[in-house]
Design a protein around this ligand. Sequence first.
Ligand code: T1G
Ligand code: NAD
Length: 714
Amino acid sequence: MSQTAATPDAGADTTSPVTQRREGAVLVVTIDNPPVNALGAAVRRGLQAAIAQAEADAEVTLVLIHGAGRAFIAGADIREFGQTPQPPALPDVCRSIEQCSKPVLAAIHGPALGGGLEIALSAHYRLALPGSKLGLPEVQLGLLPGSGGTQRAPRLAGVKAAVELMLSGRHIGAEEAAQLGLIDRVGAGTDPLSAGLAYAAELLAQQAPVRRSCDAPGLADKAAAQAELDALRADTAKKSKGLFSPLKIIEAVQAALDLPFDEGMKRERELFWQCIDSPQRAGLIHAFFAEREVLKVPEAKAAQPRPFATIGVVGGGTMGAGIAVSALDAGFPVTMVERDAESIARGRANVEKVYDGLVAKGRMTAEAKAAVMARYTGSTTYDALAQVDLVIEAVFEEMGVKKAVFAELDRVCKPGAVLATNTSYLDIDEIAGSVSRPQDVVGLHFFSPANIMKLLEIVVPAQVSADVVATAFVLAQKLKKVPVRAGVCDGFIGNRILAVYRAAADHMMEDGASPYQIDQALRDFGYPMGPFQVSDLAGGDIGWATRKRRAATRDPQARYVQIADRICERGWFGQKTGRGYYLYPAGARTGEIDPEVLAIVDAERERAGITPRAFSNEEILRRYMAAMVNEGANVVHQGIALRPLDVDVTFVYGYGFPRYRGGPMKYADMVGLPQILADIEAFAKEDPLFWKPSPLLVELVAKGANFASLNQSE
Ligand code: T1G
Ligand code: NAD
């Protein structure tokens, strides 16, 4: 017997994303809120109503909750955070489920994350199908599980397992969830409803009782639980790197140990609201949505990507090898072309070195390495690329060399092949204009090491066809990269803005701040490294080559700090030469202050006639960020970046910008654009040429608007 029972109140909300129907004595509750059944207010109301219906209907002896579509529940509706909360609150919905007088079974498939897992944990029985993703990833949003996760999960899985799940935010499968005691059963098949009904029949046959997680014995051995939590607290204090919510998670679980369940729930909620009010929550949620919005580009909407199954790489140096590894890791057959036998041997060795490192660390078997290398082909003839679908060029950063390579590609590659360049700075319109098929040429700007760094700037020249850009975005997803669409200009989005805030750092260094103080100020801000440490890591010679290339076109009026040149002239390129701005005794990765560098700085100040002055870390940060944000605004204003969020994603994924601050443009919105503009106008009094307020910044401040107002997708 199957009937769709209306909700108790006459005005049943037929548009509710939660529907109920009876399947015999089972009340089947279906959540259908695409795309991921997030727990928005309507879903919460629907669940609350369903439990009330079950309580009221004497014929109902068990409640089965499942999700329609591709998810159980992917959590609270993240878009609601920062808005005025709508009733019912999720902890109350969980409480209703747990306090239900009839057994409640949650049948999980796909994502059951955050509030979604908390709903399941408040049920009395849980089943999950293979392929399910269970987790409490709130920490990645600057939050903590605020609907019982910190109280119920430790009672079911113990302190260590539960807290590690909350601190890592990782997703686990059904098998592991069963081993941890978070679910009772790994179901079969792909249909949560039929698997759920089968398990429900078993539970009814056994007259299975209501079994509340709040009563589960995971915290029974208080001393052992406390010892586990103390160890995790100490470790978190060391590792949380300025993050707010990890230690709040520890505090919430401490409440689970110290307080009765309902008191623990209250304490969890207090801590949850502290996280909500933390600026880190705003930064991390911005980053969550921004990295999804960057995929929404006009070309991907306008055209179908071209099919591709094989990849060619020209150049087997630092980048060529990294790009080849990235493609091999994604399962593609890769053909690498180099100039000559010696170079291709070096190219292959550069690729193998990565896998040998993994084998040595026991993270890959020799057999697996052999299987990957079986998909690698090296060649010194371009004809080897005649049948590949997509080619990425990564040869020397010289226009002549690039054009020669593209002439070869134009000669040998099949019609419809995508021809990409990994140039950092060169004019891709000029490269495209040098071949007979400019519509097939696109920029794919990887970041070093290319098999590790997630950012991929997809640079869109004037003549490229939309389907080639769409293809590039598909490639990015297959390589597990975060793609950002960029227009053609010197340095695209990232390197162009980098050049400006690096110059601001050099100005401060010449004016009196030591490079070590500047690095410390940026580390305190949340960067893993300061700009001078980054220069030493990347190699000062690359920047030097760029400065030399730009010398001919540099504005003679513009301030030019020569300290970096003095250091490079000595061959001090950083870690790869044992010294740069820092000393790296015996190949150390962490540098030591170098008095000789400070002497060079002093000498350059004297040469430039500058009397050094003191800088506070706060002033260093304001100047550094003002330069970054101002150039970021120019990049958006000139359409090089589609939206401010594209600049944010670029810097979070490619330049170490602290994710919990959301990115430079989000940071500027949180500081307030009037403040940023006021700073720039103040700095412009010293150097009006360098500090020109971006027209976009001036316009937004005049309108009382912010960068977020430009992020709205159509
Ligand atoms: N709220 C709102 N929208 C969401 C969402 C959510 N929880 N999860 C996903 N979306 C949107 C996303 O923006 C995208 O939209 C679309 O769904 C598809 O997502 C009280 C406080 C579930 C593993 O952290 O990890 O519960 O771009 O592109 O790669 O304790 O989304 O199409 O317009 O990512 O297949 C905790 C977040 C919330 C999980 C699917 N939950 N989501 O990945 O698709 S806090 C999470 C994900 C909470 C409680 C607390 C992933 C996914 P659009 P997608 P996907
Ligand atoms: P690299 O010097 O390490 O490697 C370049 C390789 O190209 C060499 O192995 C060389 O033999 C090969 N080559 C040169 N001419 C060739 C030709 N005609 N045919 C085939 N192979 C040829 O340089 P790299 O650092 O890997 O940089 C490569 C490109 O990537 C440059 O355009 C650079 O700007 C860009 N890039 C570099 C970085 C970085 O951090 N190194 C980051 C992003 C982009």
